[in-house]
Design a protein around this ligand. Structure first.
Ligand SMILES: C[S@@+](CC[C@H](N)C(=O)[O-])C[C@H]1O[C@@H](n2cnc3c(N)ncnc32)[C@H](O)[C@@H]1O
Length: 315
């Protein structure tokens, strides 16, 4: 239970987030609406929907967080209007269709916490034909990173005091998506928008994005940073950009380079990403523009599989 309290204290202490969701919900929710609060946690977005005029909210969470939402609703005198369902959203059945779906499943890189699959399923099963979703769409941004602290994340297994027999796990660390809080100085290229995802329509399981980065600071490139600009409702944007002073205080994603590159200002770097958002598998390829060796990293290569898993895959 302590884990859940800590986790949700972090969400509920995120500066800037609640004011943005309140604005978005104020714009989208109409008096009398039914709202589904997907992955509701402690229920904050559902309570905001009620404040925005919703008649009733269905809060759905698959963890014990739902009990905190239930008790908070009771203490606030909202238990008749906030109904709690302890379930995965993929299994929950609502007694009626919703006018609005809301969630904050935006993760660090926008699509790295399963928001596409969650909203796709809920739109098909829970939403009225003319219903709305909050958030509406995501822009995904990347920049080259020069940061010893990031390099340390990708080489953590080969450094003392980790016993030497685990050094081979550096391969896993280099093929992992890490959480990191970037400062503007950690970025050694201009940022680029690599992709845009609409959340109010279906998306393919496999997303492919390409972009080019231009190096602005000479030195070692250790990987790429990824973050989101998320349009909650028309004109209401939430971002975790390390370059934006009004960003919410949420970490960004770091995608390492297995072999860091020594670069000069003006060098061009191709970045390709293939993302299986349902399986949450991320593959990123970094191609130096001077014809140097391309490097492909993938979270598939850091997935821990047992012999039994492999045998199952071969069936
Ligand atoms: C990022 S937190 C957001 C909580 C709350 N909506 C907020 O904005 O503070 C995500 C919540 O979704 C829940 N969750 C994740 N996947 C879920 C799913 N498929 N079905 C139900 N709950 C889910 C987690 O247990 C967690 O409480």
């Amino acid at each position: 239970m302590v884990g859940i309290l800590e986790e949700h204290l972090e969400y509920l202490s995120t500066t800037g987030r609640h004011a943005l969701f309140a604005r978005a919900l104020g714009q989208v929710v109409q008096p009398g609406d039914v709202v589904a609060d997907l992955g509701c946690g402690f229920g904050v977005l559902g309570f905001q929907s009620l404040a925005a005029g919703a008649d009733r909210v269905f809060g759905i969470d698959q963890t014990a967080a739902i009990e905190i939402a239930r008790e908070t609703a009771r203490r606030s005198g909202l238990e008749d209007r906030y109904t709690c369902l302890h379930s995965s959203t993929f299994k929950a059945e609502l007694p009626e269709k919703a006018d609005v779906l809301v969630c904050d499943h935006v993760g660090y890189f926008g699509i790295d916490y399963g928001i596409i699959a969650m909203l796709q399923d809920a739109r098909q099963r829970m939403l009225k034909p003319d219903g709305a979703v909050v958030p509406q769409h995501l822009d995904l941004n990347v920049a080259a990173v020069s940061s010893e602290a990031c390099h340390d994340l990708a080489t953590a297994w080969s450094r003392a005091p980790v016993p030497a027999e685990y050094a081979w796990l550096d391969t896993y660390a280099a093929n992992s998506r890490h959480e990191f809080e970037f400062a503007p100085d950690d970025l050694c290229s201009a940022p680029a928008r690599i992709g845009r995802v609409r959340l109010d329509e279906d998306n393919p399981d496999l997303l492919e994005f390409n972009s080019e980065l231009v190096i602005t600071q000479p030195g070692m490139m250790h990987g790429i940073a990824g973050w989101f600009d998320c349009e909650l409702a028309e004109g209401v944007w939430m971002t975790n950009s390390p370059l934006e002073k009004d960003a919410i205080n949420r970490s960004q994603a770091f995608f390492p380079l297995a072999k860091p590159l020594d670069l000069e200002a003006g060098n061009r770097i191709g970045v390709s990403m293939r993302i299986d958002h349902k399986a949450q598998l991320f593959t990123w390829t970094i191609q130096p523009g001077n014809g140097g060796e391309a490097q492909t990293m993938s979270t598939w290569k850091s997935t821990i599989l047992s012999a039994a898993d492999l045998a199952k895959g071969a069936e």
